[in-house]
Design a protein around this ligand. Sequence first.
Ligand SMILES: *Cc1c(COP(=O)(O)O)cnc(C)c1O
Length: 363
Amino acid sequence: MPSLDAELLPELDALRAHSRFRERVVTQPQEGAFIERGGRRYLSFASNDYFGLAQFGAAQSMLGAGSSPLVTGYHDALSRLEAALAAAKGTQSALVFGSGYLANLGIIPAIVGKGDLIVADKLCHACMIDGAKLSGAALRRFAHNDMAHLQRLLAVRGEYRRCLILTETVFSMDGDCAPLAALGRIAEQYEALLMTDDAHGFGLIENNPATIQLGTLSKGLGAYGGYVCGSQTLITHLINHARSYIFSTALPASVCEAALASLQHLAHNEALRQKPLMLARRLTQALGLPEAQSPIVPILIGEDAAALAASVALADAGFWVPAIRPPTVPAGTARLRISVTANHTSEQIDALASAMKELLCSI
Ligand SMILES: *Cc1c(COP(=O)(O)O)cnc(C)c1O
């Protein structure tokens, strides 16, 4: 199967030939308007930190990046964070965006466009769909996790240049997982590219076959920002083509350090990584539901008003469980969305289970 890298490399060579190739250099802010970059000290006129406020905060760690990564915003904490993300995912390289939304919006149009085909799971997050629309590629949706439907849609694969399959690893409003191994096989069979959004799967998903592995720092890692992991060539291509990367200020060092600290903490703490899923399974067992596949446990209600009423009843009992309604979920599938975390205790899970049982009997 022709790899994406093999297709991207000549384009990158062409950029080099036209003096259009872009590279990042780690840039460290120094006192005043000075920077250090590539082992040299400069007085910088490249920052958008007009009022010098990035260095004004009580802590140096509040430092704003000052400009986009291709100007002088690519700092040491950012480069260490990218290395740690690539190591965590087992890929050659990683690239950090301003947010998960920005990552999707930038990456999809950098990979596909007019004359290409996108096939996306019906339940894909809004920002994947927004990225797909922005790309100008033809967009088709397959029924949630339905591999037979996906293959029927791929029957027209031959009419398009590139083909991109979009899915989430763990679905944000349903808590179930995509069949990644099957998706990987189908992608190979149809010479398509697989791209996954791991916003809710961090630490849960192993052996992801996707060529393009996106995620966010704002959920499991408790920080902020988006990222993508993949081959060195893919990342270099995105640095040169993803508009939401090129034209947006890099994340502040403080945020990168926070994400790095979370990554290291998780890497060394197996028990912590397991805890949310174990507690979620305790809850599904208590409620007689199918075993939880992730820390997200949806309780399907149906009508919007009924879901709201259920949420209010739980709130009265001291539990804040949001009611999720359209357009976030399809009409007629309003639900309570329980998100279990390592901050919960077994006793608290049991208390919620009792309150839920009482509530579900009464509606
Ligand atoms: C939350 C979420 C995003 C957006 O990530 P942000 O970093 O909050 O912008 C993207 N994809 C999925 C599946 C999400 O749940």
